[in-house]
Design a protein around this ligand. Structure first.
Ligand code: FAD
Length: 474
C-alpha cells in the first residue's frame, strides 16, 4: 500500500482507530463507513474483551429492550473494513503515540469510567459506595465483580435524582425474582435474593422536584413497581400545584414529572413490601458511622433554591439538618473520565478537551492535536441517552472528514498505515486481543449458559475466564 496525501481512496483507504466500543464509538464508525465515496478501514479497540460499553455494563438488566440497539452496532461490525480489537487497553497495552503512527485519525470514545467524589466526612466508610460500583457489580463488569455489598439493611439511600439513581433505586426495590430471567450477573441475583430487612430506599436530591434530572419514563416506572410504593411527601411538591409551566420555564419532561409527582403525593401507600421515598432540597453533609464502624446514618442539610446569577437556580443550605438512619449509600452524582496517558485531559470537567470534536491541548489555548478526535461521554461528560451519542458522533466525524478534505490534517501523519501494523505491534508487545469472531463465540456461550439457567444470558465475569474459554474452544 502506498502513501498518498489523500487517504480515503481505494488505493489508500483512510485508516481510523476508534478507542472504545460503546455507543459513541459505534456511531462514529457508522458515520465513517456510511460516507459515500470514502474508502475507510476502521479498528475499534476496547479494553474489555466484550464490546458495547455501557449498553452491556451500565444499562439496567430490567431494561432489556434498550439493549436491542446492539443490532445496529452488529451491522457496523459486518462491514468488511471494520475490525474489533478487544482486551486492548490504550495506555497499558498500547499508547496513544503508537496509534498516532498507525492511523490517519484516532477517535477517542472512552466514555467516563470514574465517578465524582463528594468530599464529605465519612465518605469512605464501609457501606458507602458509588453507583458506578453497584451498577458495574450487578451487570457483571469485570472491574467490579469482586466487590461485596451489605444490602440486608433496613434502609438505603441513593444520592442523586438522575436516571442512574432511578436504576439503582429500582434494582434495590424490585423483588429479585422479577430480575431472574434477565442478564443480571448470577452472583448479584443470588445476593439480592438474600435481602430480607430492606424496607426503605431514600432518594435524595440537592435541588427541587422541578430540577430533578430523571425522565418521566423512569419516574413513572418507579411509581409502577410491584414490590415498592413511591412515597412523595406533600413537602416535596409544596407550592407546585397550579403553577404555569411556561412561566416557570419547565420543559415538556419537567411538566410531566411534576404532574406525576403531584398525583403521587395525593396517593396513600398501598403497603407494598418496600418504599422508595423521594427527598428533594437536601444535601448530604456527612456519612455517620454506626455501632460496627460501618455506615449507620446520613446527615442531610435542608436547602432553599436561590438565583445563581447565571439564569439558573442553585441549592443553598438553610442550616437545618436531619439525620436518616441508613445502612448503605449509593452516590449517583455523575461519572467522570479517566485520563489517558499522552491524551489531553481537562481535570475540571473530567473530559478530553475538544473544539467541535477535534481534540485540543486545553480549553484555554484550543491548540489542535492533529488527527485526534473525541466523541460521546468522553467529549461531553456524562449526559445524554444512547441515542444522543449518534448526532454527537456524526458531528465529530463531519469535522474529521472536513479536515481531511481541506488538507488541514498533515499528510502522511500515519507512518505505517498497513492493516497489519496494529496486530504486529500488539504481538511484539505480547498483548492478547479478542477479535469480533471471538466475541461471537463468547456471546453464544453466554446465551447458552443463560438458557441453562433460565436467563437471557449468563455473562462471563472475569477476563481470564473469557480467555481460557476462547483457548479451550479454539
Ligand atoms: C448506569 C447507566 C445506565 C444507563 N441507562 C441508559 C438507558 O437505559 N438508556 C439509554 O439510552 N442510556 C442509558 N445510559 C447512558 C448511555 O449508556 C451512554 O449515553 C452511553 O453509553 C455513552 O456512550 P460512550 O460510547 O460515550 O461511552 P461508554 O458506553 O462508556 O463506552 C466507552 C468504552 O470505552 C472503553 N474504554 C475505556 N477506556 C479505554 C481504554 N483506555 N482503552 C480502550 N478502551 C477503553 C470501555 O471499555 C467502553 O467499552 C446509561 C448510563 C449509565 C451510566
Amino acid at each position: 500500500m502506498t502513501q498518498s496525501a489523500h487517504p480515503g481512496t481505494a488505493e489508500r483507504p483512510l485508516r481510523a482507530a476508534i478507542v472504545g466500543s460503546g455507543p459513541s464509538g459505534f456511531y462514529a464508525a457508522d458515520a465513517l463507513i456510511s460516507r459515500a465515496g470514502l474508502n475507510v478501514t476502521i479498528d475499534i479497540i476496547d479494553r474489555l474483551p466484550t464490546p458495547y460499553g455501557l449498553v452491556r455494563g451500565g444499562v439496567a438488566p430490567d431494561h432489556q429492550n434498550i439493549k436491542g440497539v446492539i443490532r445496529v452496532y452488529e451491522k457496523v461490525m459486518a462491514h468488511p473494513g471494520v475490525r474489533f480489537f478487544g482486551n486492548i487497553k490504550v495506555g497499558r497495552d498500547i499508547q496513544a503515540a503508537d496509534l498516532r503512527a498507525c492511523y490517519d485519525a484516532v477517535v477517542f470514545a472512552v466514555g467516563n469510567e470514574s465517578d465524582q467524589r463528594m468530599r464529605l466526612p465519612g465518605e469512605d466508610l464501609p457501606g458507602c459506595h458509588s453507583a458506578t460500583e453497584f451498577v458495574g457489580w450487578y451487570n457483571g463488569h469485570p472491574d467490579f465483580t469482586h466487590l461485596k455489598f451489605e444490602l440486608d439493611v433496613e434502609a438505603a439511600v441513593v444520592i442523586g435524582v438522575g436516571n442512574v439513581a432511578m436504576d439503582v433505586a429500582r434494582i434495590l426495590a424490585r423483588d429479585p425474582h422479577e430480575l431472574a430471567g434477565t442478564d443480571m450477573a448470577g452472583y448479584a441475583l443470588e445476593e439480592l435474593k438474600t435481602v430480607r430487612k430492606l424496607k426503605r430506599i431514600y432518594v435524595v436530591g440537592r435541588r427541587g422536584a422541578a430540577q430533578a434530572a430523571f425522565s418521566p419514563k423512569e419516574i413513572k416506572e418507579i411509581g409502577a413497581l410491584k414490590n415498592a410504593d413511591l412515597i412523595v411527601g406533600p413537602d416535596e411538591v409544596a407550592g407546585m400545584e397550579g403553577k404555569d409551566p411556561a412561566a416557570e420555564g419547565w420543559d415538556v419532561e419537567t411538566k410531566q414529572d411534576i404532574e406525576f409527582l403531584l398525583k403521587k403525593a395525593q396517593e396513600a401507600p398501598a403497603g407494598k413490601p418496600r418504599q422508595i421515598v423521594l427527598r428533594f432540597l437536601r444535601s448530604p453533609v456527612e456519612f455517620l458511622a454506626g455501632p460496627h464502624g460501618r455506615l449507620g446514618a446520613i446527615k442531610l442539610e435542608q436547602n432553599a433554591l436561590v438565583d445563581d446569577g447565571k439564569g439558573d437556580l442553585k441549592a443553598q443550605g438553610t442550616g437545618q439538618f436531619e439525620t436518616l438512619p441508613v445502612g448503605v449509600a449509593f452516590k449517583a452524582i455523575g461519572y467522570r473520565g479517566v485520563p489517558l496517558p499522552g491524551v489531553p485531559y481537562d481535570v475540571k470537567k473530567g473530559i478530553i478537551p475538544s473544539a467541535e470534536g477535534r481534540v485540543v491541548e486545553n480549553l484555554e489555548n484550543r491548540k489542535l492535536v492533529p488527527g485526534a478526535y473525541v466523541v460521546g461521554w468522553a467529549k461531553r461528560g456524562p449526559s445524554g441517552l444512547i441515542g444522543t451519542n449518534k448526532g454527537d458522533s456524526i458531528a465529530t466525524v463531519e469535522a474529521l472528514l472536513n479536515d481531511f478534505a481541506a488538507g488541514k490534517t498533515p499528510p502522511n501523519l500515519a507512518a505505517d498505515p498497513r492493516l497489519e501494523a496494529l496486530p504486529e505491534l500488539l504481538a511484539q508487545r505480547g498483548a492478547r486481543w479478542v477479535s469480533f469472531e471471538d466475541w461471537k463465540r463468547i456471546d453464544e456461550e453466554e446465551i447458552r449458559r443463560g438458557k441453562a439457567a433460565g436467563k437471557i444470558r449468563e455473562k462471563f465475569i472475569n477476563i481470564q475466564e473469557v480467555l481460557k474459554f476462547l483457548d479451550s474452544t479454539r
